[in-house]
Design a protein around this ligand. Structure first.
Ligand code: AMP
Ligand code: FE
Ligand code: FE
Ligand code: ZN
Length: 292
């Protein structure tokens, strides 16, 4: 049983349609796929249709952009009711922040002498609900200003680079509460992928568990062996679910092929049971796993 619980389609910053992503998952030998676009559930209906047709088990999820103590934390939310008003409002606000940032980044790039417009970004990302830096990067590639997304981030878009613009992120504590209220279950994505091994540290993760955090994405390409060993230890100490996933973005991110990291079946079972319990508690009509 091969299970990949973190992937992106063109609805956010992946390069495949939800249908193409589902078909690619089957081709990669996966039995279970979670689609987790940034800050939106827009990909779910198409992904569910495609998964039903090919007999792939689908876990509907999203990756929510949050902030905690001044640093970015990506929160994977599985099986929340997307119609829960506080969740809708939270995502709406994040998506507005994403949209507002695009013209600001374009203005900075233009000030650097690059002839780029908002229309160039729209042209390369017609299917996107959650516009982000990767789409600005794609426009830069399209215009011949850089060779690929990575170069665009390194030269212009990463924090500290000249076209970087901050945007709104939901407080992590609020996101945990809202996901639980929506009958979903929360897993912190690649916690030690970018900021070293102490943001969040073990103590912080423990405090987040009290607020509803259920799991840690331990096996991720951005985690080295030391990070994985320590995170697995923290998960064991706190009784948390351990996941592993590709964070696939189609051709948008190298070295994140579907199924390159996977989740153990018993860990998925725990997640699904926790989501069912959350849905029962909240009384929300949360989606179950779409079985093959
Ligand atoms: P944003 O959500 O607009 O702030 O952009 C962050 C997203 O950009 C992340 O979710 C990654 O998927 C993507 N990203 C970050 N760095 C790179 C990179 N070097 N190459 C490609 N994609 C990247
Ligand atoms: Fe992404
Ligand atoms: Fe992420
Ligand atoms: Zn991701």
């Amino acid at each position: 049983m091969r299970i990949d619980l973190h992937t992106h389609s063109r609805v956010s910053d992946g390069t495949q349609t939800p249908t193409e992503l589902v078909h690619a998952a089957v081709a990669a030998g996966l039995d279970v796929l979670a689609i987790t676009d940034h800050d939106t559930a827009q990909s779910w209906p198409e992904a569910a249709r495609a998964a039903g047709e090919v007999g792939l088990t689908l876990v509907r999820g999203m990756e929510i952009t949050t902030l905690h103590d001044g640093y970015a934390v990506h929160l994977l939310a599985y099986l929340p009711d997307p119609t829960y008003p506080p969740l809708r409002a939270m995502l709406e606000r994040i998506l507005e922040g994403r949209s507002a940032r695009v013209p600001a980044m374009i203005a900075k790039l233009r000030a650097l002498g690059i002839d780029i417009d908002v229309a160039d970004v729209q042209r390369v990302s017609p299917a996107t609900t959650a516009t982000g830096r990767p789409h600005v990067a794609d426009a830069l590639v399209d215009l011949g200003a850089v060779g690929d997304r990575t170069q665009a981030f390194r030269r212009y878009l990463n924090a500290g680079r000249p076209a970087h613009v901050e945007r709104y992120a939901a407080p992590l504590t609020e996101a945990l509460r809202v996901v639980g209220g929506a009958g979903g279950v929360s897993v912190v994505a690649h916690p030690w992928g970018r900021h070293g091994h102490d943001r969040p540290d073990a103590e912080t993760i423990s405090a987040l568990v009290d607020l509803g955090l259920a799991g840690i994405e331990v096996d991720h390409q951005d985690h080295d062996d030391v990070a994985r060993t320590r995170l697995r230890g923290i998960a064991t100490d706190l009784g948390l679910v351990v996941t592993g996933s590709s964070d696939h973005h189609g051709t948008g991110k190298i070295d994140h092929e579907l199924g390159c990291q996977t989740t153990a079946p018993e860990q998925l079972e725990r997640l699904v049971a926790l989501a069912s319990a959350a849905a029962a508690r909240s009384g929300r009509d949360a989606p179950g796993v779409l079985d093959a």
